[in-house]
Design a protein around this ligand. Structure first.
Ligand SMILES: Nc1nc2c(ncn2[C@@H]2O[C@H](COP(=O)(O)OP(=O)(O)OP(=O)(O)O)[C@@H](O)[C@H]2O)c(=O)[nH]1
Ligand SMILES: [Mg+2]
Length: 668
């Protein structure tokens, strides 16, 4: 399996695991040294969860019997030595099959009965209700048992016309798509609505999610697949058969389900082995394959390089036999190379950016705190060194000075309270724009206007209006975030000069990512609101599904944006509390030291030595923090490994200088 897609997904997974363990190491270091405040812990934890829970969803979509399941077997499951997903002539996979791995669930297969469609709950809602599913335990070591259990995805049932209609498999207005009626007046429908397979397979453990879908009719009948699962995929593989060419129904699937520019699309011309025959030379067969690829590219309006001719069946056989030459003949490696080159680096880059930003944020915040503590120590050292050889009157004077300074410092409290009141109000306003009840109101408005529009022709318009309203909300929240940033920056500057704080507002909160998420949702869904699909919205059930799906997607975006904004603000306020505490502690310590010096003669030198040791320790912490953070950032993205804030390191250097300016005679 040289440089197979499987191997590259594995490599991406390793990279992520390594980054995650570095984040954990950094967290542990901070916690051990009592440097981990709540916001830093939140940033690191959400980063860690993101790295651990990151999924890469690849969906296989096509008309029935084009070889989707066979292709999945060849790419992902050849190492089991057999065919794992059922692949046979005629309709095979009857419901969407999602293969993935969640470590906190036992390995197994969960099947959702088709009747659940009648209750109107969306798939996303049902995922949170284990009781709705039928569970079969699975054992990855027992490949025979595994393949046997997976046969359930092929199960069907005979039902009356009315039931079929209720379940969405019979449409009086689209007779061509309806299933045949048997002698008893019954029709065959899938027994299951969805299959979730949880397997500790190495690739699935690394966050890959493979979505195998059933052929055309079932795609159309399951709105959730079209409005939920497919738009959520990071890549889709569209499979055609070299034996059939591009048929009318293939084209319909392409047009209705794969026309979204947001996802990476790969087109496979499968079953090229069927083109070889004893009467043609290999050159003739090759020319025939090439002609077909050009035809496919023209029909689908894609560059020729995006069409991958191959034989899934040959590839599976070759891999099971460990025959590399035969694998090359199957041409599967070319598709895998394309997935490797395009899909994986994109994912890695995105995660790297999130990682670098999160780590830099924490490093900056904690670094600042350490610098601040060292600055206070340096001041104390200066003060105490000045006492060498002085009499007790001088010490008394200094005690007084500490008391005055401490009392003056306490004046900042009323200032801080005033700022906090303004801050809380501003944040509340900003979060209001992102609240989910507002979101729901907007979506309900859209649903109402779709219902009332003639023949649903207004559906697209209502949806686009909704999207622009939501974008506006997001932009407004961003503007309010910017205002908060400006207010804090101005207040911090005053507090720093007047009260000796070293407060610093982190870079502005950035909600741009969420606007981009909204854009993507808009692009992915708008294709379902063209004329043919919009007709489906006349069915209340479809419209309701659409609404639920949309709300759950949008909620994720808005909740994440709101979380991000809140965390940003929490970070800003937390540094005030931390610095306030540190400063108060500093005054107290200074006072205690002076008192001790006043009573005992040797105290001064031992106190000086103590402070120096403390400073050395802080210096070591600074170094270790920089090392850990640099290591993690370098691993995430070697190009972005500079220190989080060059000003921080120069501030630290400034303290070293300050201490050195006053040479210590005891040390000399
Ligand atoms: N000759 C040949 N047959 C193939 C190839 N790939 C798949 N097949 C066969 O085509 C039939 C259909 O394959 P499946 O993988 O079940 O097709 P599918 O697209 O998953 O079909 P549904 O599950 O019904 O939607 C099976 O008999 C496969 O063995 C191939 O590359 N060459
Ligand atoms: Mg199949």
């Amino acid at each position: 399996m040289s440089a197979s897609f499987a191997h590259s997904v594995d490599a991406l997974g390793h990279w992520r695991n390594e980054l995650e363990s570095r984040v954990r190491e950094l967290t542990r270091f901070l916690r051990d040294h009592e440097l981990l405040d709540d916001p830093a812990a939140d940033v690191l934890e959400s980063l860690r969860q993101r790295l651990a829970g990151e999924k890469l969803v690849v969906a296989f979509v096509a008309e029935f019997s084009r070889g989707k399941s066979e292709l999945i077997n060849a790419i992902f499951f050849a190492d089991t030595g057999r065919r794992i997903l059922p692949a046979t002539a005629g309709r095979t996979t009857m419901c969407p099959v999602e293969l993935g791995y969640e470590a906190d669930e036992p390995p197994g297969m969960a099947m959702l009965p088709i009747e659940t469609r009648l209750q109107g709950h969306s798939l996303a809602e049902l995922r949170r209700q284990p009781k709705a599913w039928k569970l079969t335990p699975l054992d990855l070591g027992d490949t025979e048992g595994l393949a046997q259990a997976l046969l359930q995805v092929t199960q069907t049932r005979q039902v009356s016309l009315d039931t079929a209609r209720d379940l969405g498999f019979w449409h009086d207005d689209a007779p061509d798509d309806n299933p045949p009626i048997d002698a008893q007046g019954l029709v065959e429908i899938p027994a299951w609505r969805h299959a979730l397979i949880n397997l500790p397979h190495p690739l699935l453990q690394r966050g890959l999610v493979v979505l195998d879908t059933p052929g055309l009719n079932a795609i159309g009948a399951e709105p959730e697949l079209t409005v939920g699962l497919l738009p959520g995929a990071h890549a889709t593989v569209f499979v055609l058969g070299a034996d059939t060419g591009v048929t009318k129904s293939d084209l319909a699937i392409w047009r209705d389900h794969l026309n979204a520019p947001g996802v990476s699309r790969y087109v496979v011309l499968n079953k090229i082995d069927t083109l070889a025959d004893v009467l043609s030379t290999p050159e003739e067969t090759e020319a025939q394959i090439e002609r077909q690829c050009i035809d496919v590219a023209n029909t689908l309006q894609l560059p020729r390089e995006r069409v991958f001719p191959l034989s899934a069946k040959q590839a599976l056989t070759a891999r099971v036999a460990g025959d590399d030459a035969a694998l090359d003949v199957s041409r599967l490696p070319a598709l895998e190379a394309a997935l490797n080159e395009r899909l994986l680096p994109q994912r890695q880059q995105m995660l790297a950016q999130v990682g670098v930003q999160g780590i830099a944020r924490v490093e900056q915040q904690v670094g600042r705190r350490l610098t601040d503590r060292r600055r206070q120590l340096a001041e104390q050292l200066l003060e105490l060194r000045g006492l060498r050889g002085k009499n007790s009157a001088k010490v008394k004077l200094m005690l007084k000075r500490v008391d005055t300074e401490a009392a003056e410092f306490e004046h900042c409290i009323s200032r801080l309270q005033a700022m906090r009141v303004v801050h809380t109000r501003m944040l509340k306003d900003a979060l209001l724009d992102l609240a989910s009840d507002r979101l729901r109101e907007h979506v309900n408005e859209m649903q109402d206007s779709i219902r009332s529009s003639l023949l649903q022709l207004g559906a697209r318009k209502a949806f686009l209006t909704l999207c622009s309203q939501l974008r506006e909300r997001m932009t407004r929240a961003q503007a309010r975030g910017d205002e908060i940033h400006a207010m804090l920056q101005a207040s911090f500057e005053t507090l720093n000069t007047e009260y000796g704080f070293s407060l610093m507002a982190a870079p502005k909160p950035d909600l741009g990512r969420f606007v981009a998420d909204l854009d993507l949702i808009e692009r992915n869904y708008v294709q379902y609101l063209g004329l043919t699909q919009a007709l489906k919205l006349t069915q209340e059930r479809f419209l309701e599904q659409f609404r639920r799906m949309l709300v759950s997607r949008l909620r994720v975006v808005f909740e994440s944006a709101s979380g991000e904004l809140e965390l940003w603000n929490k970070t800003a306020s937390a540094q005030i509390d931390t610095q306030l505490r540190d400063r108060r502690r500093g005054f107290k310590k200074r006072r205690e030291a002076l008192e001790r010096i006043q009573t005992a003669a040797g105290e001064l030198e031992s106190r000086l030595a103590e402070l120096e040791t403390q400073d050395q320790r802080l210096q070591q912490l600074q170094q270790r923090l920089a090392e850990l953070a640099r290591g993690a950032r370098e691993h995430a993205d070697p190009a972005q490994a500079q220190p989080a804030d060059p000003k921080e390191s120069s501030a630290a250097a400034g303290i070293d200088l300050l201490l050195d300016l006053e040479p210590d005679p005891a040390r000399a």
